[in-house]
Design a protein around this ligand. Sequence first.
Ligand SMILES: Cc1cc2nc3c(=O)[nH]c(=O)nc-3n(C[C@H](O)[C@H](O)[C@H](O)COP(=O)(O)OP(=O)(O)OC[C@H]3O[C@@H](n4cnc5c(N)ncnc54)[C@H](O)[C@@H]3O)c2cc1C
Length: 454
Amino acid sequence: MTAIKDSHLENQSFWQHDYGHYSPNAALTQNLNADVAIIGGGFTGLNTAWQFKKDNPNARVVVLEGAIIGFGASGRNAGFSTKLFGLEPEMVLLRWGKQKMIDAHHYLKKAVAHTQNLIETHGFQSDYCHTGMVRISYSQQQLDRMKKTYQLLQDLGIDGDLTWQNRDRIRQDFHSERFIGGIYETDTAHLNPCKQVRELKRLAESAGVEIYEASPVTRIERAATAITVATEKGRVVADKVVIATNAYSREVPDSRTLKARQYPLWTYQIVTEPLTAAQWESIGWKDRQSFGDNRQMLHYYRPTVDGRIAMGGGDAIVYKTGALVETPSAMSWKHCEAHLKWIYPQLKDVRIDYRWGGPVSVNVDMVPEISFVDDERIIYAGGCFGHGVALTHLNGRTIADLLNGQKTELTDFWIVNRKSISMPNDTLSFLGGRVARQALKAWDWWEERSLKDI
Ligand SMILES: Cc1cc2nc3c(=O)[nH]c(=O)nc-3n(C[C@H](O)[C@H](O)[C@H](O)COP(=O)(O)OP(=O)(O)OC[C@H]3O[C@@H](n4cnc5c(N)ncnc54)[C@H](O)[C@@H]3O)c2cc1C
């Protein structure tokens, strides 16, 4: 197993390294009036800012990013632009029923198409590859469950882009003896998330959005006439505010009601050194589609444009320290590397060049939400789990509709102003997260107990 030699490589994503030099904007040092102030410069905040400004060219739109653009999940995720929503489809069905599950599928399908369209229309240089994704099973138990899921999606009529792949078919693409079957879905892409979020910054600024970095919001004050959003050295007095802080939302000041909405869950990734042509040849994977496994604690794999493998998952950890404290996990990185080499023993000597982690936003009922906070002038979005890339892009359009006071097909989507179940206090949220993690790990252990060397 490769030891972690360089602590500087920890917790800054490969994408951030790969981006190279980045010049952040200056911090807010003055007092401004704005139509809309947006807290958080990730996919949610920047998409919202751009969409609203496009609709209202004369409006003043200000984004306040606490760190730099690309610091949050948007700059460190795995870059899957996917239709995944919540946890297992069966659980969404059980909790929310058939129609809401179908509606969610259509919203996410639209989200993937919307993201692609945005990238192509505006010439984003974010390494977008629409190569599809395969969901893999390793054990017979996983395969049996996958067959039931496939049947369910067929019964609901939401299997349009899915194809069943048996062992022989899947091994034509992937030279791994661990793969025994799967489902290929065409409607998934992968991209470079750090380039994507900074391309969004470029687009928003070109439309006239003002973006301040290194400007953490320390206070939100609501008055009848306006809302004041204060940072250490300046403030914005706005008619409306969007809280686009995702997994960091528990730490947003003056947001008592937000504290109960979600909890951060940490997930970890690794990236290999660039593989040689012979190594690529040995593992197949010619079409460079992404893949993920049919586990509760999912592992996900994708290639990078410079010939590396990026992968992660297999665990998700709750900490008492919240989202802002960077929390390395040598155990998770070791697990990721072992899993990569379990799938592909051909790569046993491959070096791991990058390791990092980041918080995803999880809520009790396991599906995202976009909600007004106390009154209609403040909008919050969160709970995207590890499936927020495409979702947050479309959510930006949905939130812009809400800011415009318009009722649209998007604002009618049932996650908008749904009644979410409150998170318990910090201790209970933490303990609940730990219990859920153990339960999901036990489920995976049970389904994989017959596998060798895992
Ligand atoms: C390791 C990892 C892998 C993932 N992989 C995938 C994937 O492959 N596919 C997928 O669909 N999803 C994935 N996700 C989830 C996805 O990245 C997120 O759902 C999405 O990026 C959320 O975007 P956002 O803009 O809402 O939040 P973020 O990108 O987290 O942005 C929030 C921003 O708010 C800022 N902020 C916080 N507090 C303040 C404050 N007080 N004042 C000002 N600014 C503040 C933060 O600095 C941050 O930049 C992954 C997430 C992680 C962590």
